[in-house]
Design a protein around this ligand. Structure first.
Ligand SMILES: Cc1cc2nc3c(=O)[nH]c(=O)nc-3n(C[C@H](O)[C@H](O)[C@H](O)COP(=O)(O)O)c2cc1C
Length: 302
């Protein structure tokens, strides 16, 4: 029987569209699958390239999941056998357009009782955002069956420099000809087709149980301890910042304070905390860390 698939995504630079195109290529190339692609747009566009104030201004609403109006969108079917949701984290949360989609009255009925595969393209911190997506999907009655997370595999500090360069200039090239290219590498984007092939097989067999373990074995998700450690702490701290900023009248000044806090936290505090953790705690927490990694690599919601 023909399977109907909807691949829905948002993108600014086009990176996530490239990822979706490669990921769905095995599905679109199959006569037994009809794949519909849907790119969503916010009614009021976020700037790209970004300015620094606009970039940090997106933090509180990203963290809180405050929905923003989307441009009207259409889908051909009322039911799909599979929905592929492409998203990018913003401030360790789903981007505002995607979080708006997951609360949109026109989209929620599609999710009900439908298998969903999530695929993200980000710098390197996605586990918090994925937890929030898991929760939204569960609330909508959807069944998350798989997750693929594509990241910039370069060093955490190099990728911090290069993503800011990319976001502020719109150029996905090598800063000063020295730094690596920002974002998900072309090889990893092309490699998404391998994961798409695995999803297609499971879609045809109607077997979702073994999909995520197989994708994990193919390295569709890769949890690195230091990043997981930082993200778990930072997610809670961002929530506090967003709460403070909402209460303050001089939002702009507080966002500048957050910007410097973030740079110091990432570049100065995080390495020190990781060092202390590496000496005094990590060596004794092997079992717990293994369990946490397995949890974030999976599709269950705690
Ligand atoms: C406002 C903003 C915040 C971001 N925050 C994160 C983040 O918390 N973690 C991360 O790995 N990448 C982060 N990124 C990078 C995005 O996830 C994404 O990779 C990049 O914006 C390219 O996506 P695009 O397909 O929409 O162009 C952020 C980007 C923006 C614009």
């Amino acid at each position: 029987m023909t399977k109907k698939v909807l691949a829905v995504y948002f993108t600014q630079s086009g990176q996530l569209e490239d990822i979706i195109d490669r990921f769905t290529a095995p599905l679109t190339g199959d006569n037994n699958v009809v794949t519909e692609k849907l790119r969503i747009y916010p009614e009021k566009d976020f700037p790209f390239p970004w300015t620094s104030p606009a970039f940090f201004d997106a933090m509180p609403e990203s963290v809180d999941g405050t929905p923003a109006p989307l441009k009207p969108f259409e889908h051909k079917e009322d039911r799909y056998d599979l929905i592929i949701l492409g998203y990018q984290p913003w401030f360790l949360s789903p981007s505002i357009p995607v979080s708006s989609l997951l609360q949109h009255p026109g989209f929620l009925p599609l999710l009900k009782d439908t298998p969903v595969v999530t695929i993200s393209g980000c710098r390197n911190m996605w586990i918090n955002a994925q937890e929030k997506i898991k929760k939204r999907l569960k609330d909508a009655g959807a069944r998350l069956v798989a997750n693929v997370a594509l990241v910039d595999q370069h060093n955490n500090y190099a990728s911090l420099v290069t993503i800011l360069y990319w976001m502020m200039t719109g150029k996905k090239d090598r800063k000063w000809g020295i730094f690596p290219k920002p974002g998900v590498s072309d090889e990893d984007i092309a490699g998404a087709a391998v994961f798409g092939e695995t999803v297609k097989r499971h879609l045809q067999e109607g077997d979702w149980e073994t999909l995520q373990p197989q994708l994990a074995a193919q390295k569709a998700v890769n949890i690195k301890y230091p990043l997981m450690f930082i993200e778990r702490k930072a997610g809670k701290i961002f929530k506090i910042w967003s709460g403070i900023i909402h209460k303050k009248k001089n939002r702009k000044a507080w966002l500048v304070a957050f910007k410097y806090y973030l740079l110091i936290a990432l570049c100065v505090a995080a390495p020190v905390i990781l060092l202390v953790d590496g000496i005094f705690f990590k060596p004794f927490l092997g079992k717990r860390i293994k369990k946490q990694k397995a949890y974030y690599a999976g599709v269950e919601l705690k």
